[in-house]
Design a binder for this molecule. Structure first.
Ligand code: AKG
Length: 289
């Protein structure tokens, strides 16, 4: 793992159209977020991590054999580590959330082709981070955004891309799914067409689900979740030790939880975003009257 100290994350301004679209839909497509050579390096790294899964003989009728959702060990691969502060996506996340964020989860999802007539496996509509389990569906807060990097094309329906229910991030109630069916009614279910290298951002409140891969190729994505620093990272996120973090690039250090507690200001991204006038200042505790 290279610490890349001294290298600064470039700035890309979130456009008003991107913000509007993200706020209306609960998701946002960022085309060409990754260069073709980066996609290639990520596929090589992902294939190494998925080697035993990819070597399994085809079992078309057992969809559960065909889905890999791998979380531990992702950051041990250099190409995957380098995505932590990727300059075409993380600046947009900072502008959509705030500088006070860290990496919350990393997942490699591979889906092998499955029987097109089989019942969809893991069709499980949900909102992320389980907040509604405690707070209900009313007035849920936006606390995190996932970036789904496409490592393969998703040009056909049911080709393995995570499916979104547009606009449901503000829905104050559960989804309504007719008995015997797998998808909700009264909402727009979006199986988005994407190219390898595109990134799909989706926020924690949007209802989404895994979808089957009925194509004839393995579908491959990496999903990196960013959340406010007061959200505990997923247990599978393996963070390098403190000695490494002390030498790391300051933004990477912050994103990997390198500050002792949440009362320590998010120095690295705060300085970075002030330099570009990228984010509103945090509200004060008190005001003069
Ligand atoms: O496409 C998938 O497997 C679903 C991913 C998902 O639900 C998630 O990352 O929260």
């Amino acid at each position: 793992m290279k610490s890349r100290k001294g290298r600064q994350m470039d700035f890309i301004r979130l456009t008003p159209e991107q913000r509007k679209s993200f706020e209306a839909d609960g998701f946002l497509v960022v085309p060409n977020a990754l260069q073709p050579q980066t996609v290639q390096a990520l596929v090589e790294a992902g294939d190494r991590l998925a080697e035993s899964f990819l070597k399994k003989p085809p079992v078309l009728n057992r969809p559960e054999y065909n889905h890999l959702d791998l979380r531990p060990g992702i950051l041990r691969e250099e190409a995957l580590f380098a995505l932590i502060d990727h300059p075409s996506t993380v600046p947009l996340i900072v502008q959509l959330l705030s500088p006070n964020i860290h990496l919350h989860s990393t997942t490699l999802i591979y889906k092998r082709p499955e029987n097109p007539d089989a019942t969809p496996f893991r069709r499980g509509w949900h909102r992320d981070i389980r907040i509604p389990r405690d707070l209900g569906h009313h007035n849920l807060p936006l606390v995190g955004i996932k970036v789904c990097y496409c490592l393969t094309d998703f040009h056909q329906p049911d080709s393995g891309m995570t499916v979104m229910a547009r606009g449901t991030h503000v829905r104050p109630e559960p989804l309504a799914i007719p008995k015997g069916q797998v998808d909700p009614v009264g909402v727009e279910v979006c199986d988005i067409r994407l190219n390898a290298g595109d990134a799909l951002f989706f926020e924690n409140r949007i209802f989404h689900t895994a979808a089957p891969n009925r194509s004839d190729r393995v579908s491959k994505v990496l999903i990196y979740g960013y959340a406010y620093r007061w959200m505990k990272p997923e247990v599978y996120l393996e963070v390098p030790d403190r000695r490494y973090l002390e030498k790391a690039d300051p933004i990477v250090r912050q994103l990997l939880g390198g500050y002792v507690d949440v009362d320590t200001p998010p120095w690295a991204l705060q300085r970075w975003s002030r330099r570009y006038n990228a984010c509103a200042e945090a509200p004060p505790w008190t005001v003069d009257v």
